[in-house]
Every structure is written in structure tokens, then in C-alpha cells.
Design a protein around this ligand. Sequence first.
Ligand code: NAI
Ligand code: 3PY
Length: 386
Amino acid sequence: MAKPVSIEVWNPNGKYRVISTKSMPGTRWINLLIEQDCRLEICTEKKTILSVEDIIALIGDKCDGVIGQLTEDWGETLFAALSKAGGKAFSNMAVGYNNVDVNAANKYGVAVGNTPGVLTETTAELAASLSLAAARRIVEADGFMRAGLYDGWLPHLFVGNLLKGQTVGVIGAGRIGSAYARMMVEGFKMNLIYFDLYQSTRLEKFVTAYGQFLKANGEQPVTWKRASSMSEVLQEADVISLHPVLDKTTYHLINKESLATMKKEAILINCSRGPVVDEVALVEHLKQNPMFRVGLDVFEDEPYMKPGLGEMKNAIVVPHIASASKWTREGMATLAALNVLGKIKGYPVWHDPNRVDPFLNENAPPPAASPSIVNAKALGLPVSKL
Ligand SMILES: NC(=O)C1=CN([C@@H]2O[C@H](COP(=O)(O)OP(=O)(O)OC[C@H]3O[C@@H](n4cnc5c(N)ncnc54)[C@H](O)[C@@H]3O)[C@@H](O)[C@H]2O)C=CC1
Ligand SMILES: O=C(O)C(=O)CO
């Protein structure tokens, strides 16, 4: 039998039992659930990553819905346990849901929610921060200063790359990839090359209009190009940022062979998912090419790094914090809670997961809908006409 897991209870007499496997930022998500007759149980276990057994113990015999985290393995076992307990709703507190076996959820008729949109700009800003930090060697220079090694200005000291006029490459120009591209194009006057399975017309129009603005003001216009293959981006770009979903088409997209096609002084940023990059091949590439730099928010075997990565001066590593702004994390909690609540209450699914703003307005009640259910179609859930 699984051992008991410690919890904090809100609204003990609520009709619907909702579990959150973690404490989440803000209180709006809590209030929204308890105002709608939910008994909310928040797991207070000290360990960071809950096991499948821990979550089964949390679910117990009766559970209407669960808000979970990207570190958890939501597969057949958990969906079977949730379904047995009468549950019909699960939401990740994340936009990415590669930790969820959606087919298993479909089999048990469980709706799977995610949290798009609210983290787009925050995540893009971290990718932009890593790009700048890598280009201008900020982390290395900070370490040098703190170590007391600075003994005066020198012409060669921490010389890095100027972004202006260089080419930024984006792989996966969806919500976050497009937001990052706009920041780099507008902020640093970089040219854009991108690769995605779909054309990003809005992004192309933005770069065209900005290029015309620069030209009208006597400046070199920026340009864009939609690449026909990922290798075109890798060969041409000076800074490459990865923003695709993780699935079997993007697993190890960056590997020994693709790294070899990149410029020797290129910068690679990954704020998508660790397994998009073959991290062992990356460490080797960093060793062989000291002017090649990376900024990584995500890792292949989180929370671990592959041997050698932590020692590389040409790597900047941060612990999966790309969506970590207060507004975003509170909003993610709200969207995740509303996904679960909406299914429990029998609400329809919001018609556009790219426009979730009405759910985030603290001065108005949220729409009676689940903001984003990824398997809505497979489950035949009705769509909101609001
Ligand atoms: N590091 C972090 O904290 C965060 C990481 N993420 C990751 O970023 C991912 C993207 O998020 P969004 O931009 O909101 O999703 P999105 O769905 O708007 O964009 C993903 C894009 O990847 C493209 N894509 C899919 N397969 C591809 C392939 N083989 N080659 C090139 N492009 C491909 C899609 O067409 C789509 O345009 C999430 O799935 C998640 O894994 C998201 C938020 C925070
Ligand atoms: O939302 C996601 O997919 C994350 O990685 C965390 O914000």
C-alpha cells in the first residue's frame, strides 16, 4: 500500500474533491475552486518530484480532478487510478505536455488541460536574456569579477558578439518562438530566418513592416526568410533559439551531425525541452569549439546535467525558470485550475487557446469554459460559443 502523503485542505465540505500535487503561486486559483464548491487538497510533501505511487496515494478512492506538474509521469497508471476514483479532469500547470500520455487519458475519458499564452512573453524574455548573456559573456565576466581577477580595462577582455545586423534563427515559430523572434528583430535589429511546419504570416508581416520603418528612417532594413529545412537555419544563423514542442519529430533535433553544420561562433539557446538536444553531443561540441556558446534552461535528464556540461565556460545553465515571472506563474495556476473546474462543472472548452486573456482578468469572473483542453476533439467535448 502507498504511504500517506501530507496535504493542506481548503473548503473541507466542498462537493468536488480536487487535488493539486504542488502548492502554486497566488490565491486566485484557490478562491476560484472553493467558490465553486470544490474541496481543494494541496500536497505539501517536501520532495520536489512526486512519484506515481505518491500521486496514487493522493488520488485515493474519490477524486474529481487533479492539477499536476510537468515533472510527473502522467501515463496509463495514473489515468487508470484517477478514472477509478471517478475523476474526469487533469491539467498540467505548463503549456508543454510531453509528460502526459494523451492516448491513455483518452482511453479513460479524462480531459487533459495545459496553460498556453500566459507564459509566452515571459519565456521569450528568458530566451532573449540567455541570448544576450551568451553573446556578451556576462556570466563568465561576472565570475571573473567576483574572483578578484579584474586588474584593469584591456582591449581584449571578454570580447563577445554584436547582435545588430546578425541573423537570428528560430526553430519552432509558434507562440513563444514568434515572440522571441520579434524581441530579437525589433530590439537588436537582427535579420530573421525561421523553420516551422507552418508558415508564420503574422511574424513575417511584422518583420516586413519593421524593415520598412527602418528604411524610411535611413537605417539598414531587417529581413526575414522562411527556411525550407532546419539545416538551412543552422547553417545561416548566428544565434539559434529552439522553441518547438517535444515529440518524436523533435527528439535530438540538435545532434552531433547538426551541430557540425553550425557556425563555429554560433550561439544556441534552448528554452523548449531538454531532449530536443543531444546533450552528450553538445558537451563534446562545446569542448571542441570554445567560441561556440549555449544558453540552456532545460536539460535532457532534468534535474541532472550530462557529465562535463557544468564545467564548460561557454555554457550558461539555469534551472528551467523560463516561465518564472510572478504574473505568469499565478496565471498558469489560474488556467490549470479553471481547466479542471470547467470539466467538473460540465462547461464547454474555450474556442481559442491562443487567446486566454479573459480568464486572467482579476476584475471580472472568468468565462464559464475550460481555457485549454488538448484532447477536447478526441473526447468530443463541446466548444464554447462565447
Ligand atoms: N522552458 C520553459 O520553462 C518553457 C518551455 N516551453 C516549451 O516550449 C514549447 C512551445 O510552446 P508554445 O510556443 O506555446 O507552443 P506552440 O504550439 O505555439 O509552438 C510550437 C511550434 O513548434 C512547431 N513544431 C512542431 N514540430 C516541429 C518540428 N518538427 N520542427 C519545427 N517546428 C515544429 C509547431 O508547428 C509550433 O509552431 C512547449 O511545448 C514547451 O515544451 C514552454 C513554456 C515554458
Ligand atoms: O509551460 C511549460 O511547458 C514549462 O516548461 C514551464 O513553464
